[in-house]
Each structure stands twice: as structure tokens, then as C-alpha cells.
Design a protein around this ligand. Sequence first.
Ligand code: GDP
Ligand code: IMO
Ligand code: MG
Length: 429
Amino acid sequence: MPAVVLIGAQWGDEGKGKATDVLGSRIDYVVKFNGGNNAGHTVVVGDETYALHLLPSGILTPSVVPVIGNGVVVDPGVLFQEIDALTVRGVDCSALLVSASAHLITSYHRTVDKVTERFLGNARIGTTGRGIGPAYADKMSRSGLRVQDLLDEKILTQKIAAALESRNHLLVKVYNRRAITVEEVVDELMGYADRIAPMITDVSLELSGALDRGQTVVFEAGQAMMLDVDHGTYPFVTSSSAIAAGACTGTGVPPTRIDRVVAVIKAYTTRVGEGPFPTELVGGSGEDLRARGHEFGTTTGRPRRTGWYDAVIARYTARVNGVTDFVLTKLDVLTGMETVPVCVAYDVGGVRYDEMPMTQTDVHHATPVYEHLEGWSQDITGVREFEDLPAAAQRYVLALEEMSGSRVSVIGVGPDREQIIVRHDLLEG
Ligand code: GDP
Ligand code: IMO
Ligand code: MG
């Protein structure tokens, strides 16, 4: 019974939520290990559509214990709004565990996120405005507030007072905003203390016990490889470790316990926010792909930028994450195209790059080298066996597999939980 890390291979929104949900009843724990409510996972179950942000997707499966790891930044107001909204719809959230060491997002972080973006002007990142970057900045500068601080109001008050001293200078003198008082932050946070207290857990201890008992644990990433703070398109990234290694730092489970790394990858590419995107389609063809794939953000509703599949990114993801399996989603969206372009390498100033260029300057200047694969026109949304796909769709998948550095084990052919083709069991080697 394995420990499986599930990550996004591109710039997010690959369908990670659905992939976790599909594993559903076979797993015992689903642990979110990075990010916060910047994530948006849409999961379709029959007639019901759920949009999850801070909660792990495993919350939709009654037998799964959902866990929020220490690598996550938690906005407690959002946490309880999400729990309450799901509870009204009949989803039981009572098993949720939250790491004592996860950091907290407060109104201060949300404010700083928005004003820094405004001050950056054209150089803005295009963040989700949820306070993610400022909360991680405080964590790294060792002035953050953690979930465990909610257990001791005196300590919490001291920490808030210390943090606000310098933050208020910044808000008032640099950004022209009003100062935030210690009392308002204490009141905001202590309002959640009694409710969160029973969920607070030593997540490392809990998960190592689960793995010792032979239970199956899925570590679910928010965001994706190319948004990773170290290995993504810095500075146009999120502020956390979205790669597979983040599952270890973000939960306290060691690398030696991880058995499988599953990367979810779309049959084309999308990106929300600013930053380089070599295969981006601008104008009508980009809009066409956006409309076909319903590419609008789950969290902010922003239209997603769209482009073709990028095998340079896929190979980079396979290498940095040690991917054992790809889940290829949204193949159905490409139905009806005569040919489908796939980027096999980059051209940077006349030089061919088969691997991700070392510098961001080169990534910004990369233009795609395309191969044009044959398209298919038959509806594939009802197909459940690989051999029943049109021959050209099979060849498209096999070509991607060959150029992307790992096997394609599952294929998504529609948004519903049931709309998948399984070629290899994700939980088996
Ligand atoms: P996540 O952030 O990686 O969990 O992905 P999102 O939920 O933000 O975006 C993925 C979208 O694609 C969601 O609306 C899913 O319902 C949808 N989706 C997932 N897999 C498939 C698929 O195979 N085909 C189609 N058409 N839609 C899919
Ligand atoms: P899921 O988990 C797509 C992007 C933002 C912005 C950058 C930094 O649904 O795949 P942040 O608010 O994190 O500081 O914003 O990262 N971003 C995402 N894009 N999917 C996500 O999550 C994202 N989470 C953050 O658009 O460009
Ligand atoms: Mg998403």
C-alpha cells in the first residue's frame, strides 16, 4: 500500500482535483502539502459540481481522512466557510486534520498581497490576491503565525504585536494604507480558535503511523511544477514548493517513504496570471481553445491563457519530480481538430533546446518547435478502454508518452469522475 504524490505538471489547473477524487475510495488519507486557497479544484460527481480551494479533494470521499499539512498556509475564515458550504451539501468534513505547524493567513497578508500587486504595475505577478505570498514571506522571515498559536491567546497576541510593528510602517509609510491594530488581528483569529482546536494534529506522526499500518496516503499538490518557487518560471510563480519534494517538507514524511509520483498533465497547456508561456496562442485560436476547454479560473474566474502541449515542460517535470505516471487530462477537448500541434523543443535565438533552458531570459525568448500530429473527429467522451479510442487519438497519446519521459497511465475524456481510461493502476509499479 503506497505513498503517492500527485502534482500538477504545467502551470496548474490540469485536473488534479479530479485525479485525487478518482483514486477516492482506494485511499485512506489525502494530504494537501503546499499552497492555500489560491488553489481551485473543480470536481464533478454526477450532477453535482464542487469547487474546492483550501480543503484537499479527498474530502469528497467519506472513507478518506483529509489532512492539511504544515506546508500549507491556512486562512481560517476561508477554511470554515468552505467546511460550512460543503456541510450544507451533505459532505461530512468532521474527519479533517490540520497541522499544528501550518502558517496562518490574516487580513494583513491579504492587504499586502493586493497593494504590492498594485504598486508593481506592469511588473505584477497576477496573484490570486489571497495573501499567499506575504504569508510565506513571514514564514521564511520567522515572523509568521502558526495554527498552534491559536491554542494560546497570550503567545498569539505577543507574536501579532511583534509582527505588526514593522508591517504597519510598511503599510502606512510605503503603501499609504491605514495601520492594522493588534486587537483586530487577535479578534479575527481567536474567533476560530475553539473550532479549529480539535482538528490540530501532529501530521508527521499521524502519517508515519498510517504508513506503518500499511494504509494508502495521497499527497496532493496545489499549483504545479512551473509555479514552484524554486523550479518554476521565477518570479512568475507562487510562493511554495509545488513539486513532489514539497510533499516531504510540507508534511514531515521523509523521501524514503514515497513510492509513486503521479503528474497530472493537460493534453494542451494553460496558465493564469503573468509570465512566460512559450506555446501560448494569442488571438482567435487561443480564445477557441479556451472556449472548447472552458478555461476560466476556479478561484478568480479569470480567463486562462491557452496554448499547445509542451513536451519540453513535460520532460522537465518528469526529471525534477521523478514522475512514475502521467494522468493526461482533457483529451476530449482536442476532438475535431484536423491536426494538433505539439511543441517538441524550443528555439532560442536560432539555437535548439530539447531541455528547459537554464535561464529565465532564455525561457522568455523561447519559441516553440512544433510537430503536427494527426487529429480525430469522433466523440471520445464515452470511451473507457484505450483500444476504443480513434486510432489517431491513440497515436497522439503514445507520441506524448514517448516524448514526455514517463508512461501515460490514465487519460481523462470528460469532467465527470467516471470519464477516464485506465491503462495502468496508479497505485502499482
Ligand atoms: P486543478 O486545479 O488541477 O484541480 O484543476 P481545475 O479544477 O482548476 O481545472 C480542471 C478543469 O478541467 C475542471 O473544471 C475539471 O472539471 C475539468 N476536467 C478534469 N479532467 C477533465 C477531462 O478529462 N476532460 C474535460 N473536458 N474536463 C476535465
Ligand atoms: P491550482 O491548484 C493556476 C498563479 C496565479 C499567479 C501566481 C501567483 O488550482 O492549480 P499566488 O496567489 O499563488 O501568489 O499567485 O500563481 N496560481 C495559480 N494558477 N492554478 C492555481 O492553483 C494557482 N495558484 C496560483 O495566477 O500567476
Ligand atoms: Mg485549479
